[in-house]
Design a protein around this ligand. Structure first.
Ligand code: ADP
Ligand code: MG
Length: 436
């Protein structure tokens, strides 16, 4: 792990993957905090947080501390009797998990941090952390990925644990077939004899009263027996139309969390990760170009990357920005839900820094105002479809090069200074609420 340093009483540690993070959290928390108290008369930090930084994994860094050598008590082994199953039923193919989707290749950003943390918690302590866990969000933002990752991780932690992933469509078909073929008990067994049921896109059950009823019973049986249920949907439970109230309220028993559209930095990180895993050699500036072009759907973001690199290799041409521009000419990011008005951005930024909107439009060169203005410009570039000259006009007729400079500067600063990064993230989060 690479110590990232202490911030407001919290020690941040970067680790290469989820498993290491889990181990650190489980076994090393006490020794680390004790060691820290030893070194500093006045402990610099009172807690620590483990941050998964996939780039460390890529650098082939491994666990620096052999876990076994640390004399922390190992967690009590999970009772396994109830999971003992004939080997065949515990086989991985029965889980319907897609091995492509793991926590290791899930990029964490502001937009999915909470959902990711909840998913990890559920995999580590099925039916103990949150039950059910309900994840909602627009299409292409990683819900299915998280669902599979929960299963994958739980399987790696608990031998013999029975996990089943099912799409709501598949669940529906299965149910309908079971009635037609009089095989209700096989249907029940399939979904009730599990320790973790991962059910995707529950909104598909809208208006299907009988399938809902079947799911309701499945859910109750699992919940009553302390089995974990994880549900995804495109809307939060209260917005699921065509569902009975008793069902919607049941979905709210545990934890509800959303995934949002990723910010630019996260989009670039996702592309970089994807390029690595697909062994595509794509220059950074092309990744950045793609990330600015496609902002509201990670599936489309990945699609654009594949298109660009396929085009380059088929035509044996150099992969540069102008090629990417040509290939992605027809992509206009049209997801209005993710586009926020520049006025909202400027108002939110001014409020955040306790400045007036006129300060941002005006010509004050004081450091505080100038930085706030640059952040507002950065956000306008990132979150609206306005061209650089248009953004310049908005800010008291400034030249487009000023906007470009502001954008580059804030992008750079976000990498170097945590405070700027936090400020931009917090304003973005506020804007996310405005946009919804
Ligand atoms: P949803 O189920 O919300 O529609 P998916 O889980 O199918 O979205 O994600 C779409 C694609 O984007 C998948 O290929 C997935 O691996 C990828 N993806 C989504 N979020 C991330 C992330 N945070 N890091 C890496 N890849 C991601
Ligand atoms: Mg999905």
């Amino acid at each position: 792990a690479v110590a990232q340093g202490v911030m407001s009483g919290t020690l941040y540690l970067d680790v290469p993957n989820e498993l290491t993070a889990a181990q650190m959290n489980k076994r090393l928390r006490t020794p680390i905090m004790e060691a820290l108290a030893h070194v500093h008369a006045e402990p610099a930090a009172s807690t620590f947080r483990v941050v998964v930084n996939p780039e460390l994994a890529d650098a082939h860094l491994t666990m620096p501390v052999p876990i076994q050598s640390v004399s922390a008590p190992a967690p009590a082994p999970r009772p396994t009797e109830e999971y003992v199953e004939p080997v065949s039923t515990a086989s991985r193919s029965d889980t319907r998990l897609n091995p492509k989707y793991t926590f290791d290749n899930f990029v964490i950003g502001q937009s999915n941090r909470f959902a990711h943390a909840a998913a990890v918690a559920v995999a580590e302590a099925p039916a103990k952390a949150y039950n059910p866990l309900f994840i909602y969000g627009d299409s292409g933002l990683g819900k299915t990925h998280l669902l599979h990752a929960i299963g994958d991780y739980a399987l790696s932690l608990y031998t013999g644990i029975r996990v089943r992933y099912v799409s709501s469509e598949e669940f529906t078909n299965d149910f309908i077939n079971s009635i037609a073929n009089n095989r209700g008990s096989a249907f029940q067994a399939r979904y009730r004899d599990v320790d973790i049921l991962l059910i995707d896109d529950i909104q598909f059950l809208q208006g299907r009263a009988e399938t809902q009823e079947a799911f309701f019973h499945t859910f109750n049986t699992l919940h009553d027996h302390d089995k974990q249920v994880v549900i995804t949907s495109d809307v939060p439970p209260r917005h699921l139309t065509g569902f009975e109230d008793r069902m919607r309220s049941r979905f709210e028993w545990g934890l509800i969390t959303d995934v949002q559209a990723p910010d630019l930095e996260t989009r670039i990180a996702i592309l970089r990760k994807k390029a690595q895993s697909e062994r595509l050699l794509v220059p950074d500036e092309v990744l950045e170009y793609i990330a600015t072009k496609v902002s509201s759907n990670i599936r489309e973001l990945e699609g654009a990357l594949i298109r660009v690199s396929a085009f380059a290799s088929l035509n044996r041409s150099t992969l540069d920005i102008s090629l990417a521009q040509t290939v992605l000419r027809d992509i206009v990011d049209t997801d209005d839900a993710n586009i926020i008005s520049p006025t909202d951005i400027i108002t939110a930024t001014a409020q955040y820094f306790r400045l007036s909107v006129d300060d941002l439009y005006g010509s004050s060169r004081s450091q505080a105002v100038a930085t706030a203005r640059q952040i507002a410009m950065y956000l306008c570039r990132e979150r609206t479809n306005l061209s650089l000259p248009k953004i310049g006009q908005l800010f008291g007729n400034r030249d487009h090069t000023t906007v470009m400079y502001a954008y580059k500067k804030i992008s750079e600063l976000m990498k170097e200074r945590r405070s700027i990064y936090n400020q931009v993230s917090e304003i973005t989060t506020q804007l996310g609420r405005v946009g919804r």
